[in-house]
Write a protein that binds this ligand. Sequence first.
Ligand code: IMP
Length: 190
Amino acid sequence: MNVIVFATNNAHKLEEVRRMVGDGMEIKSMAEIGCTDDIPETADTLEGNAELKARYISERYGVDCFADDTGLEVDVLGGAPGVYSARYAGPGHDSAANMAKLLRELDGVDNRRARFRTVIALCRGGRLTTVEGVVEGVIAREPAGNGGFGYDPVFIPDEAGGLSFARMTADAKNAISHRGRAMARLLEIL
Ligand code: IMP
C-alpha cells in the first residue's frame, strides 16, 4: 500500500484526512515517524508555511510528505486573520479565545462574508507541488455546534443550509470543506 506522511500535530486534521483518503493509502502522522518537533511556521503566506513544513519532514526523515496550512479570511477585516488564524488572539491562546476575538471584531457588522482557504504542499522525491481548496461562507453571530475543531462553530458555509461546520457530520463537512477540496486535488496527483 502507498504510505505518505502528513506533517501535522493536529489530531482533528489527521482524522479528517484519514477519513477522506479511506483504505487506499496509509497516512502516517509525525508522531508515527518519531517526530515530535513543533515546526516553526515563519512564512507570511499559507503556501510558504505549507511548503516549509512539508520540506522539513521530507528532508530530515527521507519520506514523501504533505503538509497543510489553513486561514480564515474575513472580507471586512481585509482578509484577516488569514495566515495568522491560529494566533489571532495572541500566542498560546486557544480556539475559544480566537473565536471570541473574531465575534468581538464583527460585533454589529452586517457584512460577515468569509472563506476558509487551505494550501497543501506535497514534497515527493524532493520536488514540491501545491494545491488549494476554498469554501465560501459567513461568520455566525454566535458559536453553534460541538463537532469539528477550530473556528467550526462560527463558520457557516454557503452550501449547508445555514448550519455551521460544527453542526455538520464529519462526512458532510469533508464533502465541501477547504481541506476536503484541497485533498481531492492532492489525491488526483497522488
Ligand atoms: P493551521 O492550518 O493549523 O495553521 O490552522 C490555522 C487556524 O485555523 C487554527 O486556529 C485552526 O484551529 C483553524 N482551522 C484550521 N482548519 C480548520 C477547520 O477545518 N475548521 C475550523 N478551523 C480550522
